[in-house]
Design a protein around this ligand. Structure first.
Ligand code: HSE
Length: 395
């Protein structure tokens, strides 16, 4: 039998992910991972048993020079960043599931890693149980990737699957996703595509070696999808999924967006239902690969955190090969996509400068199919949202 070397950790957060992780290490004492301290924010939310070393004071972990490995699975973005800076600044190891904190501060954290020699692991951040970061970072380190396209948000996929497959309505499906512990504490992040966007930013850095700011990428949520869109999709053999897209063309122009997308049954993502995530990678030599698994939930996400903690014993962290190499790939929002835009009959959509291919008419609204420059969608995003306009991209 292999005996694992003991590892003492400090754990920040005891919510859905924290509990999932903690329960797994209790079930597997042979892994020899000891939670020396748990730090939480609100007493009322955390009924811990008496044996646990529970505190509300971050420095109990951060100032303990014997705790060199910190697991951070909290909600608050600013607190998470302060923890990350301290741990990495001290040259220690951080395992985090905090996609928003990572995506918004990727450049800074990467610089800190390079200068201070700490270790950073975040597999749980991007597709929960699917080890997509490792795959992109290690396996595809030296192979050109053409595209990565994924369903990266379990909650919105749960809702869309409920609507398409079980005739649930939006609110029923969202409520279920919340009860099952898939949704963010603010579910707007899920349904408006922000959570998927943060995950895309992280994935993109490893797949293409380009760091972008989430605010520079067009993202559109699922909340404006109406019955007309659902019927249109069904009649044309599509399902609608919230898709995070990254692809590069032969000129090295990188296209990025998160938006509802019509998906055909011949595509892998069509079959990704409920809270599952799916990622399709298209690479120069490997061709198409498809990764599928649970994208949210206490146990699957806890398992990804655990896998990172175990990796941290042996590995120095991600290689970031593509970020380190000279890179000809550049993010370019001035690229065309094929889109369906449905709007109320009294709205004029000329400002989008669509190259219209087809006009569609519904009882209370009309829609157009055509090509549009992504920068127009980006520029008029607030206008689109405030006019309740449905935007769905064709794959
Ligand atoms: N709220 C997230 C989701 C949790 O639904 O995918 C996992 O990151």
């Amino acid at each position: 039998m292999i005996t694992e070397t003991e590892l003492n950790i400090g754990l920040f957060g005891y919510g859905v992910v924290g509990k999932g992780f903690y329960n797994l290490i209790q079930l597997h004492p042979e892994l020899a991972i000891n939670t020396q301290q748990i730090v939480v924010k609100h007493e009322a939310n955390h009924l811990l048993d008496e044996n646990q070393n529970l505190s509300y004071e971050a420095n109990i972990i951060l100032a303990d020079t014997n705790l060199k490995t910190v697991v951070e699975v909290i909600n608050n973005n600013n607190d998470a960043l302060a923890i990350a800076k301290k741990v990495l600044g001290d040259g220690n190891t951080l395992v985090t599931a905090n996609k928003r904190m990572l995506a918004e501060n990727f450049e800074e954290l990467y610089a800190l890693l390079k200068s201070n020699g700490g270790k950073l692991f975040y597999e749980a951040s991007s597709a929960a149980s699917i080890p997509i970061i490792k795959i992109l970072d290690e396996y595809f380190a030296n192979e050109n990737i053409h595209s990565v396209e994924g369903i990266l948000n379990g909650t919105s996929n749960y809702i869309l699957s409920g609507i398409f497959n079980q005739n649930l309505n939006y609110n029923q499906a969202l409520k279920q996703a919340q009860e099952l512990g898939f949704a963010e504490s603010d579910p707007t992040l899920d349904v408006e595509g922000l959570d998927a966007l943060n995950k895309l930013v992280i994935i993109n850095a490893h797949a293409f070696g380009v760091i972008v700011k989430p605010t520079d990428v067009f993202n559109y949520g699922i909340t404006r999808i109406g019955n007309d869109d659902i019927l249109y999709a069904k009649n044309n053999g599509f399902i609608i999924k919230l898709v995070a897209h990254a692809s590069v063309n032969i000129q090295g122009k990188l296209l990025l967006y998160v938006a509802p997308q019509f998906v055909k049954s011949s595509e892998q993502l069509y079959h990704v239902n409920a809270e599952n995530n799916g990622v399709v990678v298209n690479a120069e030599f490997s061709g198409e690969q498809f990764y599928y698994g649970k994208g949210a939930g206490s146990k699957p996400t806890g398992a990804a955190v655990l896998a990172d903690v175990i990796s941290s014993k042996k590995s120095n962290g991600y290689g970031y090969t593509k970020l380190r190499k000279q890179n000809f790939i550049k993010y370019d929002i001035f690229q065309q996509v094929k889109v369906y835009v449905r709007y109320n009959k009294n709205i004029d959509i000329d400002l989008l400068e669509l190259d219209i291919e087809e006009n569609l008419s519904f009882e209370n609204s009309r829609a157009v199919k055509g090509k549009i420059y992504l920068n127009k969608l980006y520029e008029y995003k607030n206008w689109l949202e405030s006019n309740d306009i449905s935007v769905i991209i064709f794959s």
